[in-house]
Write a protein that binds this ligand. Structure first.
Ligand code: ADP
Length: 265
């Protein structure tokens, strides 16, 4: 095994479950699902880290309220940033400001992800949640190559046909790379009217479940559109911390993921 891969496996041996969160297209709530999954697992008593593997468009640091943090070296390597007990690593911590852009080609992204896996002092973790950029780009490939023991992938979609079409591609990509698929999450699935309680199907609903059936992968659940989610995200707060309308549905998704991997709740 090459020296760098050995360094990755040395660190990653201490991480029990590595789960990547993927989507076919952007804007479907992938990063929102990643940070809420991390927070929900933390609330259930697990030790959790979050790796933002979106090198050119990192957003998890902002969603976790730590976008101003900077990388620091410690005796055990690069120290992950602490977000209320979550260990977080993102390219955002190496950029000079929120509007700085990273223009990197595939091999450099691979090198950055490798360094984040091998040189960061993650310590002992029950879960490392890896937020990928949308689509079938270099990053998922790098993550899969570097982590042969990946626990699996969660695919996030919205109910529109365009998103579903792309989510099928994401599922097929994961299948072709032999990554176990923990399931599909349908996000922004209808809006519950705060006045009468009726479910308004803004983009239709149920497409994620049908896609999961067609592709023979588990359906983990649907999360409604919730007007509280975006403002909370902007403040760096996960909606599961606040008991919003989306929280109850999200906890079922978390139950489903834990069931898939045979972990006690
Ligand atoms: P992606 O990672 O797929 O690009 P994000 O997680 O950044 O998507 O979400 C895109 C936007 O949609 C964010 O402003 C987020 O707060 C919002 N959002 C995500 N899920 C929901 C939801 N269930 N209800 C309302 N807004 C949501």
């Amino acid at each position: 095994m090459d020296v760098e891969l050995r360094a990755v496996s040395f660190r990653m041996e201490r991480v029990k479950h590595k789960i990547m969160i993927a989507s076919g297209k952007g804007g479907v709530g992938k990063s929102t699902v990643a940070v809420n999954l991390a927070r929900a697992l933390q609330a259930r008593g697990f030790r959790v880290g979050v790796l933002d593997a979106d090198i050119t468009g990192p957003s998890t640091a902002k969603l976790l309220g730590v976008e101003k943090a900077r990388l620091q070296a410690g005796p055990g390597g690069i120290e992950p940033v602490d977000s209320k007990g979550l260990k977080v690593i993102s390219m955002a911590f190496a950029l000079s400001g929120p509007d700085s852009a990273v223009v990197w080609r595939g091999p450099m992204k691979m090198a950055a992800i490798k360094q984040f896996l091998s040189d960061v002092n993650w310590g002992d973790l029950d879960f490392l949640i890896i937020d990928l950029p949308p689509g079938t780009s270099d990053e998922p490939l790098s993550v899969v190559q570097l982590l042969p023991d990946l626990t699996g992938a969660v695919i996030v979609t919205t109910p529109q046909e365009v998103a579903l079409l792309d989510s099928r591609k994401a599922v097929n990509m994961a299948k072709s790379m032999k990554v176990p698929i923990l399931g599909i999450v349908e996000n922004m699935s209808g809006l519950r009217c705060p006045h009468c309680g009726e479910l308004i199907e803004i983009f239709k609903t149920g497409g994620g479940e049908r896609a999961a059936e067609e592709l023979s992968v588990p359906f983990l659940g649907a999360i409604p559109l919730d007007p509280e989610v975006a403002p909370l995200g902007d403040e760096g707060i996960a909606f599961v911390e606040k008991g919003t309308a989306a929280m109850e549905s999200f906890e079922k998704v978390v139950d489903g993921i834990l069931d898939q991997i045979g972990e006690e709740n």
